[in-house]
Structure formats: C-alpha cells, structure tokens
Design a protein around this ligand. Structure first.
Ligand SMILES: *Cc1c(COP(=O)(O)O)cnc(C)c1O
Length: 225
C-alpha cells in the first residue's frame, strides 16, 4: 500500500481527540509530500539537520515536531520554526530553549520526555526529576518554554502487559501533575505516547498524541534512534 492509503487507514482508526504525528525520519521529501497531499500537516523528525533540510524544502504550513534527543548546541537551528519539541529531558535544555526562543520572542511548545521503559536509555527524565520541575516551579524561570505535557516510549517488547503498564504509569503521572500543579493551565493537555507497534494500547491508556512512522511510510533503511 502507498503512503496515502496507509495514512487513511490509520486515521480512520484514531479517535477524534488523538493527534497524529507522521514520523518521516529517514524518508525523503517526496514521501512527506505524498502524506501532505493526503492532508497530513504534522510531521515528526528525530534529527535536527534532517528536520531543518526538510523544513527548507517543503511547504511552510507543515508543523514540525522534534521527537528525538536534542543537544543544547543544536537548539538554535530549530527554534525559528519548530512547532513542538517532545524530547526535553533536562533543565539545561529548558534553559537553552528559553534563551534562544526569547531572542525571537517566540514561545515554544514543549513536552518533557519521561523515561518509562525498562530498557536502559540515556534519554528521558525520571518521574522524580520531572516532579521537581513542578514542585520547585522551575518552569516559571522559562517563560519562552510552554510545557504542554509529557512524552514517553514504552519498552520494545512483545509483552503487551508490560507496555500497557508503562503507558499507564505515565498517564497517572500526567493526571497527578495536571491536577496538582496545572489545573488552571488549559493547554497543559498533551500526552505523547505510542508508535506503530503500540499506539493502540497507548490510546487505550490515555494517549492523545501518537507518533507513527513505519505504519505510514514503510520500513526505514537504517534506524537512527
Ligand atoms: C522513530 C520514532 C517513532 C516512530 O516509530 P515507528 O515504529 O516507525 O512508528 C516514534 N517516536 C520516536 C521518538 C521515534 O524516534
């Protein structure tokens, strides 16, 4: 099946409140255009250089989401145009995004990436680290960063119950933060969970933003996670 058919099939299964981020990493601009022509406007990339290249080549009404690890020295390249950063995982990064965004007088929508998988990973904050950002109101130091919610990736496993419980733990944390710290902040409302292999479980567990690549664009030749 082509990109358009894949996209339509997935969209027909997504509840209305769930936003689809089409993950186009490693795929050429022509593939992005196929999805664009089928109506998709939100695309996700995990590398800064690749996202900048595609931004320059492609229609300007595309909303680009950065979903991969972001180094502080690369923040400046994406701040002029990025629509959302899903992978904010340190205070240092919050500080850099704030600094660069303030120069452009642009407030950037961000998600804190929380490490929920059983796998070892350098990326993502612990629940405790994230809790501290709200407890100590650290986010108030960064007026050009708009924290909209959380992103998490489940363990890569066939054990669906494991995946489900990881997603559930992040939804519970989201609700806890929302209710105790962000009740009046209407746009603290994004929970980005779920990829091609697990998005249905993620939605059942409360995700309202899914990041889907392979199921739309087909397999990647090389994996650059
Ligand atoms: C690559 C990637 C995805 C999409 O993965 P698929 O399995 O191809 O759907 C989602 N989220 C992140 C953070 C990624 O790096």
């Amino acid at each position: 099946m082509g990109v358009k058919e894949n996209l339509q099939k997935i969209k027909s299964t997504l509840p209305e409140h769930v936003t689809l981020v089409a993950v186009s990493k490693t795929h050429p601009a022509e593939k992005v255009i196929e999805a664009y022509e089928a109506g998709q406007r939100i695309f996700g990339e995990n590398k800064v250089q690749e996202m900048v290249d595609k931004y320059e080549q492609l229609p300007k009404d595309i909303q680009w989401h950065l979903i991969g690890h972001l180094q502080t020295n690369k923040v400046k390249y994406i701040v002029p145009f990025v629509a959302m950063i899903h992978s904010v995982d340190s205070e240092k990064l919050l500080n850099e995004i704030n600094k660069r965004a303030s120069k452009l007088n642009r407030r950037i929508d961000c998600l804190l990436e929380i490490h929920i998988a059983r796998e070892e990973s350098k990326f993502g904050m612990s629940f405790e680290q994230a809790q501290e950002i709200f407890d100590q109101k650290i986010y108030q130091q960064f007026p050009f960063v708009n924290i909209r919610g959380f992103m998490g990736m489940a363990t890569f496993t066939d054990d669906k119950e494991q995946v489900r419980s990881e997603f559930r733990s992040l939804k519970e944390f989201f609700d806890h933060i929302k209710n105790n710290y962000m009740k009046d902040k209407e746009d603290f409302n994004v929970l980005s969970m779920g990829m091609s292999g697990d998005y249905k479980i993620a939605i059942e567990e409360g995700s309202n933003m899914v990041r889907i690549g392979t199921a739309i664009f087909g397999p990647r030749n090389y994996d650059i996670n």
